[in-house]
Design a protein around this ligand. Sequence first.
Ligand code: ZN
Length: 317
Amino acid sequence: MSRIVCGVDLGGTKISTGLVTEDGKVINSIKIPTLAAEGPEAVIDRIIKSVNDVLEMSGLKLEDIAGIGIGSPGPLDAEKGVIITTPNLPGWNNLPLVEKVKEKLNTNVKLDNDANAAAYGEYIFGEGRGIKNFMYITVSTGIGGGVVLNGKLLHGANSNAAEIGHMTIDFNGPRCNCGNLGCFEAFASGTGLARFANETVNKGRESLMKELAGSNPIKAEQIFEAARKGDALALELIEKEGFYLGVGLANLMVVYNPEKIAIGGGVSKQWDMFYDNMIKTAKERVLRPNFEVCSVVPAKLGDNIGVLGAAAIALEL
Ligand SMILES: [Zn+2]
């Protein structure tokens, strides 16, 4: 019988928990609110309950699974299984999550940051299958990623390798949420794109985006919607989005030399709108041998990537 593992995707607003077979089939999964304001102990109890519930739904017992993988926002120490601190989970300071879950569920438990887990999930179950040097990037409200080199997930000294959203693209650029100037994420995330749209419209440029947003700030989806209807400003912004992503890709191809990069997250659903300009820009800016060996594709795992990624981490137990 194929091995079964449990993947827990711990987020600031929801916890998704699923049982996954070693070939990537989700047997059952559930999603519950995190209720992070109630503090770590209450959230850990909900994690335990979600694992027990999904086992019960599937007619399985704890002994039937090889272990539990948890993907969480960081910074965290994957090796020690400790959450160092995270803005999305108030009160979680140097919290030994792996130890605490093990105390209540007597099984193997492994922790990694959510972007690394997603990258590993895409490597094991998705576009990275059989690709020894692989990279996954998520472009949504922020930008994150993970790198697999020679078949091993890259962690770095304290599990913060490949925090690619915070590499500097322009040292005079806009302020990022992390406090630095000109991070990749400040330019090319959905949030960055929306900020450029709002700034330009607020300066008086006419655009369909303004009507789509009504009295609210313009959102990234509305920029793509307006661009598909031929709006000139929205098309300009999407052109820039492709350019910034291309600059980021060029840096990543130079540093990590992957054979394949898969891009996931909300923005990647608009693939046809930015792909050509992104690739053209990367090609102009990267060392030719690094460019030629690397394909860039949309990620395969979609919305289930959190649970599948955490499960992939558990398969290493
Ligand atoms: Zn930053």
